[in-house]
Ligand binder design. Structure first.
Ligand code: NAP
Ligand code: MG
Length: 486
């Protein structure tokens, strides 16, 4: 890999991991690539099972020490300080993310703000998670306590590092867990930067540990370690299965946020002018590398041709280029990811490509650029309409009536999110109930990604909920105390 001459200066050494409040290197390192250029921009530590074991011991010590003794209010104050400092460093974080992940600067900035917002939300929520008193037999008083699991493992992917670290680690820390974070090999830099900020903000040693490295080394060791009492995983279905199997062996709970093939249902009465920007953005944001991408557009027949042609007009104007140039799309994360997406596109039947965006001439040859592609023609059972592509590819499919719309929408193994575009309030209410999805959006898509909104899937999209208050319940266990006093 060649070296990038104009890398933004990091204020820390990315080849150091955080274990028990100390920053330390590993005996080996791994390259960090800028997907916009293909250049190497630094090295991260290749953490292994031994580092995970030390991180678990450090997390246990934190639980038994300063961190475990903090009140919920004090934990909230630390998170509030982290949130404030993330906001102050947001531009630095966005530049790092843009370079490491290849996402356009505006999107990286939004992710940095979301990270700060998660800290703020969970800072305020930390001392508002309460138990219950339960009316019971005469002579008893019964109440519940919500307690942390203890040591929690967090394995995150490369597509939204700041958002996923924020929602997962933020909620776990708020409840008093001690966390071990394994970022994705391809995008570890902002996780490391975040941990530096957390240390500066006064998070006690061992409350957050970061072990970088490979999924099959550091990630597997974390998921199998018997000292980890809860696993939170975001990533692919294939790896999610391995995580759940590892959790089964240790009999610990696991939250899985896996992929999706989320539908956007457009009825003939929809306000298309309002819908169109959402229909397209939901598919191309982060170059389509979004678990909740709205990759299937289901359209009631009378307006099918109109939707295809109006989306095609928009696609023809999309521009793809270096992330720092902040165009509509940046590159994909890696050469491998581009190959995967190209493999899907090769399955498209003759004439199925309705429109494509354009890669700008200034895009460096070593970057992993791919033109966004709108498909029409393949039916709902085609692999292009069934499988998660995880790239900037959307498919438009017609339906005859509400019944067929629901059947197609619910007709994949996934169930992460769905959107419904219709002016009929009755239909909105009816279909929101019938969607097999963890989130349903009526006349919008994503609702701005609010940190307050519980998020997660059904079916192969996973189980458990992150974000909002629900995440706090997931990162805690209920203890029932029954006192017999006569
Ligand atoms: P991935 O290959 O499943 O990797 C996710 C994380 O798991 C990375 O940190 C990875 O480490 C680690 N990992 C890989 N093999 C492992 C193993 N054997 N044991 C333990 N950990 C292991 O997914 P990805 O390619 O990074 O991300 C894309 C996928 O994630 C897509 O399918 C997408 O739908 C899904 N996703 C879902 C959501 C959601 O919220 N539902 C959000 C984002 C992404 P390394 O990368 O370092 O190997
Ligand atoms: Mg990278």
């Amino acid at each position: 890999m060649r070296r990038d001459p104009d890398l933004p200066q990091l204020w820390f050494d990315p080849a150091e991991m955080l274990i028990g409040g100390r920053w330390r290197p590993a005996s080996q390192t791994l390259p960090v690539e800028d997907p916009s250029t293909g250049f190497e921009i630094g090295r991260i530590a290749r953490g292994r099972a031994g580092d995970i074991a030390e991180a678990v011991a450090a997390a246990e010590a934190a639980r038994a020490g300063d961190w475990g003794r903090m009140t919920a209010t004090e934990r909230g104050r630390v998170l509030a300080r982290i949130g404030r400092m993330v906001r102050e460093r947001a531009e630095d974080l966005a530049l790092i993310e843009t370079t490491d992940v290849g996402k356009p600067l505006t999107q990286a900035r939004a992710d940095a703000q979301a990270l700060a917002r998660y800290m703020e939300f969970y800072a305020g929520a930390a001392d508002k998670v309460m138990g219950e008193t339960i009316p019971y037999l005469d002579g008893y008083t019964v109440y519940t306590l919500r307690e942390p699991h203890g040591v929690t493992g967090h394995i995150v992917p490369w597509n939204y590092p700041m958002q996923i670290v924020g929602r997962s680690v933020g909620a776990a820390l708020a409840m008093g867990n001690a966390c071990i974070l394994k970022p994705a090999e391809e995008a570890s830099l902002t996780a490391l930067a975040f941990a530096r900020i957390a240390c500066e903000a006064g998070l006690p040693a061992g409350a957050l540990n970061v072990v970088t490295g490979l999924g099959e080394e550091a990630g597997a060791a974390l998921s199998c370690h018997p000292g980890v009492q809860h696993l939170s995983f975001t990533g692919s279905v294939a790896v999610g299965r391995l995580i759940q199997a590892a959790a089964a062996l240790n009999v610990v709970p696991v939250t899985l946020e896996l992929g999706g093939k989320s539908p956007q249902l457009v009825f003939a009465d929809a306000d298309l002018d309002a819908a169109l920007p959402f229909l397209v953005n939901a598919g191309i944001q982060n170059a389509g590398q979004t678990c909740s991408a709205g990759s299937r557009i289901l359209v009631e027949r009378p307006r099918y041709d109109e939707v295809v042609s109006r989306m095609a007009e928009r696609y023809a104007k999309l521009r793809v280029g270096p992330a720092r140039d902040d165009l509509d799309l940046g590159p994909l994360i890696s050469a491998r990811q581009r190959e995967i997406v190209e493999g899907f596109l090769a399955m498209a039947p003759e004439g199925a490509v309705s429109a494509q965006g354009r890669i700008v001439a200034a895009a460096p040859a070593g970057g992993h650029y791919l033109a966004p592609t709108l498909l029409a023609g393949p039916g709902p059972d085609h692999p292009l309409a069934q499988d998660e592509i995880f790239g900037p590819v959307q498919i438009v499919i017609p339906f005859a009536d509400e019944g067929e719309a629901v059947a197609i929408a619910n007709g994949t193994g996934y169930g992460l999110v769905a959107s419904i575009w219709t002016e009929s309030g009755a239909r909105q209410m009816r279909l929101a109930k019938r969607m097999r999805a963890g989130q349903v959006f009526l006349n919008n898509y994503g609702a701005g990604g609010g940190v307050e909104l519980p998020f997660g899937g059904v079916g192969k999209s996973g189980h458990g909920r992150e974000k909002g208050f629900e995440a706090l319940y997931g990162f805690s266990v209920t203890k029932t105390v029954a006192a017999r006093h006569g």
